[in-house]
Design a protein around this ligand. Structure first.
Ligand code: ZN
Ligand code: ZN
Length: 379
């Protein structure tokens, strides 16, 4: 049986790596540094296209130096060439050799920026012995926010894989599966539809207790009629994540289940309508939060409304009351309000959207207009 994807890899636009180092260099002065020590693997990948598990990049005024170990000698050469990134690749066969090569690359630099978010304290101390490092927090993460066409294509493809898997699996809720059964089917089918794997541990949370926990892990609990079921599922495609939640009621919804679902749907749509370039990220949260509170559900609103998605499943910007970020065109963010109460269960609706100048483009496509799962096909 062939369940091939509809978007062959060859037709996806390329990710444009080549301009990234230059964009970072143009911002070094804001942080009063002359160079950057890039040590987090997500940032290394974003900057160079290298996908291995060990490398550090020295971003210097006139060149890039990537230091890795012997396992990745050929892979690093191939991947940087494929990405169109020019860099000197240095292979150190011992940890000490890698450290020396990395530190040596910064010779003559008066101030080296490093990202405290991805650098361990131990490595910071080891580098600080020899380098004038200072925090340049969030510089690469900020650049990573704006997705190019190649990145959007991969995120969209990941969304498509999750949509396709959920369309096949949701009717199974009528068959009395366990939460773990549903998770396994979703993860298997995402791969069959072309995903490299799940984006994160798929959440299947059912019934009056489990569904009331926003990050419940799928268990052996059997899903039965009358349950609310929260399914949070995303796929991974070439390093890029998707993120989506749909919630269901198995069987005929009670009046309360129906009402809470319709309220939540209105809240989530209002959240999506608040997304546009220039809007404060915290205002998207405020719209969802205030609607829920005004409807009498303040105790049911347990988490903030969304987060950025890209090479990481949770990345800048975050739509939370504490956020100081404004949304920008090219951000990819979730809108995922939920309402939870032990005894009732829980409901969450989450879409992934690309922020545009005038609003947003919704990348996830699974139906959400009703809490009733699609019926199994009758053959
Ligand atoms: Zn999610
Ligand atoms: Zn999410």
């Amino acid at each position: 049986m062939i369940l091939s994807g509809s978007s062959p890899v060859a037709r996806r636009p390329e990710i444009e790596y080549a301009g990234r180092a230059g964009r970072l260099r143009s911002r070094l002065g804001d942080h009063r540094v002359e160079a950057l020590a890039v040590t987090g693997m997500t940032n290394v990948r974003w900057l160079t296209g290298f996908t291995g598990s060990n490398a550090s990049v020295a971003l210097l005024p006139d060149r890039l130096v990537l230091v890795t170990d012997g396992r990745y000698r050929d892979r690093a050469t191939d991947e940087l060439a494929a990405a169109g990134v020019e860099a000197e690749i240095v292979v150190g066969f011992t940890h000490d050799a890698q450290h020396e090569a990395f530190v040596g690359a910064f010779a003559g630099i008066a101030a080296v920026g490093a990202d405290a978010r991805s650098l361990t304290h131990a490595r910071w101390q080891a580098l600080a012995v020899e380098l004038p490092i200072v925090a340049a927090d969030g510089l690469i993460e900020d650049e990573r926010r704006t997705k190019d066409a190649g990145e959007i294509a991969r995120i969209s493809e990941a969304c498509r894989c999750a949509d396709a898997a959920l369309a096949e699996v949701a009717p199974m809720l009528f068959e009395g599966p366990t939460e773990a059964d549903v998770r396994m089917e979703l993860e298997y089918r995402m791969r069959r539809h072309g995903a490299d794997g799940p984006s994160y541990d798929t959440i299947v949370a059912s019934g009056p207790d489990h569904a009331a926990r926003p990050h419940h892990e799928a268990s052996t609990r059997q899903i039965t009629e009358g349950d609310t079921v929260v399914i949070d599922v995303g796929a991974l495609v070439e390093g890029y994540h998707s993120d989506m939640t749909r919630s269901y009621v198995v069987g005929d919804p009670s009046p309360e289940q129906w009402d809470v679902y319709q309220l939540l749907l209105a809240v989530q749509i209002a959240g999506i309508q608040a997304v546009r370039s220039g809007a404060a990220a915290r205002d998207v949260d405020a719209v969802c939060r205030s609607m829920s509170v005004d409807a009498g559900y303040s105790d049911w609103f347990l988490h903030s409304t969304g987060h950025g998605v890209g090479l990481q499943i949770h990345e800048d910007p975050f739509e939370s009351p504490a956020s100081t970020a404004d949304l920008r065109a090219g951000d990819v963010v979730t809108v995922e309000p939920g309402l939870y109460r032990v005894g009732f269960g829980g409901l969450r609706i989450e879409d992934l959207v690309e922020v545009t100048e005038t609003g947003c483009r919704i990348l996830t496509a699974s139906p959400k207009d009703t809490p009733c799962p699609p019926s199994p096909p009758t053959i």
